[in-house]
Ligand binder design. Sequence first.
Ligand code: PMP
Length: 411
Amino acid sequence: MTTKPCTFDIEQIRADFPILKTVKYKRPLVYFDNGATTQKPQIVIDTLMEYYSTKNSNIHRAVHYMSQVCTHSYESVRKTVKQFINAAYEHEIVFTSGTTESINLVANSFGSRFVVEGDEILVSQLEHHSNIVPWQLMAERQNAKVVMWPMNDKGELRMDLLDGLLNEKTKLVCLNHVSNALGTINPVEEVIRIAHQKNIPVLVDGAQAIQHLKVDVQALDADFYAFSGHKIYGPTGIGVLYGKSKWLEAMPPYKGGGDMVKKVSFEKTTYADLPLKFEAGTANYIDAIALGEAINYIDKIGLEQIASYEHELLLYAEKQLKTIDGVRIFGTSDHKAATVSFTYKNTHPSDLGEMLDKFDIAVRTGSHCAQPLMAYFGIGGTVRMSMSFYNTKEEIDYFVASLKKVCSMLD
Ligand code: PMP
């Protein structure tokens, strides 16, 4: 990745995130757990307040003013998401509760329609549990098989094996765009190209990519792309499933209820057109509206700008961590988002995490919901520092200095 100098005003950006001023022990929080969830800019918090204080009304159903306002705002976020990821149509954007639900939707609906006994789903070894377990559950129901696509010691997918793993039984390839545990950026465009040569669709888990990279689902030619609002500076409980029309049209509803029907009778029920066919029940409309504001916020800064600044942070952090004797970094691909996963000698990662917490530093420790990946390396877990564009080199300096103190205490 080429790095351009950062031209945004980091102090202004930090001022937009009120939580970054939080002092738990001695100094403002150093938040390096952005892979788990990102913090929220004031505009997102204000939007939630505004809608619950002055505009709340259930959408799609009523003719009164506030319902119309909320319906309009909710549907305009669909347009925002469509433009943000460059989907071809608004109806290809389905709101879900997050990446996990988006993947479960495809596993259930696509699975019941297209997967039969003996079929295979190819799933990468780099996956979060939420892109493994739904496929295992589906495979059990359909008497199909989940086939694992191995990675190498650098935490990169074995592209040399891909062609041989795809056969006439393969119904779907599932992989993440960016690994949450290691930060590896996977060559999804190339994977999709190879899979499509054999007419096999691809689902991309974008939970860790959407906030770091410019995503263009048409350029990628992704069949499905899933992400969560809370990882892109929006609220929890809202997410997106992008699906190509041709698949979503052919797939049966995933959940039944209000809003997803055209006509209901005990004799025969017909379903709503896309995207409502997949949005049963009261939608999480206020969180969706606030997600729209989060997307507008980061779009204004620009993802290219964000990616280049975060890449600088990544190189800076890795360089310094490598100077600490006993630190071992997992995930050494040349293509990485701003995540550094490491261990220190044979110290338990959670001991490191707890001690860093006393220095007002938040990192994630453990398997990062990627146990098969940890098993590959023969470890139980790592310490993961995952950065965002609101982090600074000064915070990295403080982190490294604190880590050195922690390490010497443990020695
Ligand atoms: N996939 C990846 C790569 C993730 O990092 C996560 C969250 N850690 C998920 C899926 C699941 O996201 P959510 O819990 O928001 O549904």
